[in-house]
Ligand binder design. Structure first.
Ligand SMILES: Cc1ncc(COP(=O)(O)O)c(C=O)c1O
Length: 443
């Protein structure tokens, strides 16, 4: 199915919803354009006026199996009729154990003899991160953290301290959790050390030891390094493999835990179940949310079993691992394994084949990068100076909406493509063509 617009946007019914929303809903939300969603099916979203959109935003990289996949809906309905809530923190129920077994196996690569894992369940990405922060402190007895410029790990006081994406997310909230130190990410298109990926010596990781640990933060006080295998909100930035090799060695050298935040990059989006697998990265802790349950609220923190030495009462959440969300997650993972992860790889490659050479054809495109269905297109005013073109990016997002394609920005001047993993070739081609047409109009 492809988009079909039958009214001007927003249509009358959508406008009425927006007017009421404006009176009541927290103004802290960031709506890029006036889309009102009434129903969704696969990669298509319909508004109350009957306009159909192709969803390349997927509820911010959440609906991995598409909107309302019949198998996910069935799993939710069946579970809701049986048991909606019990609180896994105080009682037992089997489907939470089944999901933990599944996640532990997936994170361990499913290999016999691979390290055993334990799982903590929360309701969101930020809760998975908070759990990782607390576990790292508890287990190590150390208080400080390293994170990366451009990172997004969430908006609660611990995860917000790790976040360094936009200062509006921090403004007015100081002090957040102390003890977090940000260093440059392997953003090779804009290398902080002026190097190129082929010849660099991974200066961005070396500097953690030679600068940060030498001058300011004793390595022995660092509990964990938090890293997104592909930076999400920061602009869909894909580092080279050697970045992770160096990071792993550094962490091992100083007994620091390496936490891979796969909240956005996980659950098949990149063409592998976890983006870490593209880089041979074996984190000590992995955080998951977003795509894990196709839109039901669920987050998970999966750690090497021996790290989870905290005691009853140390950490929990009333709703974490709710049976209905867990049922949705089990159905989601089955669909991912039965073909959607492969589809993400295949359709992602098709999109990259269409879009990868945009910088050669369109001067306002500086860089196109991504893995699977996690693709970023960075807009610049000039390919040589790489001056960021945030205004053009915002206009591109708007123009796509006006043509029935839902995309979101990431970072100051990048659009991200993060469709549901169910998209087909025609939908991918429509999106690629629409984006290219809009870019040409912006040139
Ligand atoms: C990498 C990453 N970590 C954490 C989060 C926070 O997730 P949530 O919004 O579910 O709290 C996000 C959300 O965008 C994310 O992309």
């Amino acid at each position: 199915m492809l988009p079909k617009l039958i009214t001007s946007l927003p249509g009358p019914k959508a406008r009425a919803v927006i007017a009421r929303d404006d009176q009541l809903i927290s103004p802290s939300y960031t709506r890029s354009y006036p889309l009102v969603a009434e129903r969704g099916e696969g990669a298509i979203v319909e508004d109350p006026d009957g306009n159909r959109f192709l969803d390349f935003a997927a509820g911010i990289a959440v609906v991995a199996t598409g909107h309302c996949h019949p198998k996910v809906v069935e799993a939710i309905q069946e579970q809701a009729a049986k048991l909606i809530h019990m609180s896994g923190t105080d009682f037992y129920y089997e489907n939470m154990v089944v999901l933990a077994e599944k996640l532990a196996k997936l994170v361990g690569g499913g290999l016999p003899g691979s390290v055993s894992r334990r799982v903590y369940f929360g309701n969101s990405g930020t809760e998975a991160i908070e759990a990782a922060i607390k576990l790292a402190r508890f287990h190590s007895g150390r208080g400080q953290f390293v994170a990366f410029a451009g990172a997004f790990h969430g908006r609660t006081m611990g995860s917000l301290a790790l976040t360094a994406s936009k200062s509006t997310q921090q403004k007015g909230f100081f002090p957040v959790m102390p003890g977090v130190h940000h260093v440059p990410y392997a953003y090779c298109y804009r290398c902080a050390y002026g190097k190129s990926p082929d010849s660099c010596a991974v200066e961005c990781v070396k500097a953690i030891e030679t600068e940060l640990f030498r001058t300011k933060v004793p390595a022995q006080e660092v509990a964990a390094i938090f890293v997104e295998p592909i930076q999400g909100e920061g602009g869909y930035v894909v580092p080279p493999r050697k970045f992770f090799d160096e990071l792993r060695s550094l962490a091992d050298k100083y007994g620091i835990l390496l936490v891979a935040d796969e909240v956005q990059s996980g659950m098949g989006r990149t063409g592998k179940m976890f983006a870490s697998q593209h880089f041979g990265l074996e984190p000590d802790v992995i955080t998951l949310a977003k795509g894990i349950a196709s839109g039901m609220p669920l987050g998970a923190m999966v750690a090497r079993a021996e790290l989870m030495d905290w005691k009853p009462g140390a950490h929990a959440s009333t709703f974490g691992g709710n049976p209905v969300a867990v049922a949705a997650s089990l159905a989601t993972i089955e669909l991912l394994e039965q073909g959607l992860v492969d589809n993400a790889g295949l359709i992602g490659a098709r999109l990259m084949a269409r879009l990868g050479d945009l910088p050669q054809r369109i001067p306002i495109v500086g860089d196109v990068r991504g893995l699977g269905l996690m693709i970023g297109i960075e807009l610049v005013r000039d390919q040589v100076t790489k001056e960021r073109a945030g205004d053009l990016r915002d206009r591109l997002v708007q123009m796509c909406f006006e043509r029935g394609l839902l995309v979101l920005g990431a970072g100051p001047n990048t659009i991200r493509l993060c469709p549901p993993l169910v998209i087909n070739k025609d939908q991918a081609d429509f999106a690629a063509q629409t984006i290219e047409d809009c870019l040409r109009l912006l040139m």
